[in-house]
Design a binder for this molecule. Sequence first.
Ligand SMILES: [Zn+2]
Length: 281
Amino acid sequence: MNEIVLAKAQALFTGIIDGLPNVPDELKQRDKREPGRDRKILYENKLARALYKRFKAQRDKLEYTLQLWYPQRMKSEPPTDDIFTDAESEAEIIKILLLSYGHGVQLFEDEILIGLDYTTFNKEAADWARVHSTRLFKLLDDTSRGAVRSAVSTFIETPGFTIGDVMEILTSQPGSVFNSARAKRTAITEITDAYAQAELDAGLELKKQFSDVRVIKTWFTNNDSMVCPICGPLNGVSVEVGTPFIGGNGGEYDAPPSHPNCRCWMSTRTDILGDKVLQNG
Ligand SMILES: [Zn+2]
């Protein structure tokens, strides 16, 4: 790729895709104190692999589509919509989210000594995973679609820009939409979300079944120098279920994650004595 073409290509991708934070991923770990940590990391890795498989399938379909056009470069709008569906990885992703949510409910069950009727949670988990994954696929694909359009337009308009260059931009650059770093980042956020949602839903259910008991949720961060300014002040902070936490940015959050790559977790407990100090008084 020549320098001008490269500069032009990179200019297309300046800016932050999915709100990439400043801390390198490899420096961040899930907190040692975190309940269910090993299984969470296992699901996180499985999810990262499934997401990357999906990105790779999309990338391969795009490459094939471009090869069909080449060398005419005639079309002004690339037919990119049909490259995004990949049933196999989608099923795998939904399954991992479902298992994570289920494990989240189990962790809650281990902590709470009051017997709760958990039979509703199988359906709850299935509903959550289905709705949530549909939204996740749309979010990911919308960003990817934008990047693919830009790269393909450049390919069509710029002499000397090859299919290989398109693939390199979409796969091998730091902000590329089809790279493994994006898959990893998304997996971390999604696993954090699945577990926190399970705690949140179980806490609300507990409140419903035992309305006279105060049920509180507590936010935990890794509490190290890499914690972001939104989550940092929330470490150890409790509020009653049904009330949002107020983050360091003044924003309201029902549960982690408060941002992409957030490794915070939440614990829901009964507060029978009602003596826990809450963030909102
Ligand atoms: Zn966080």
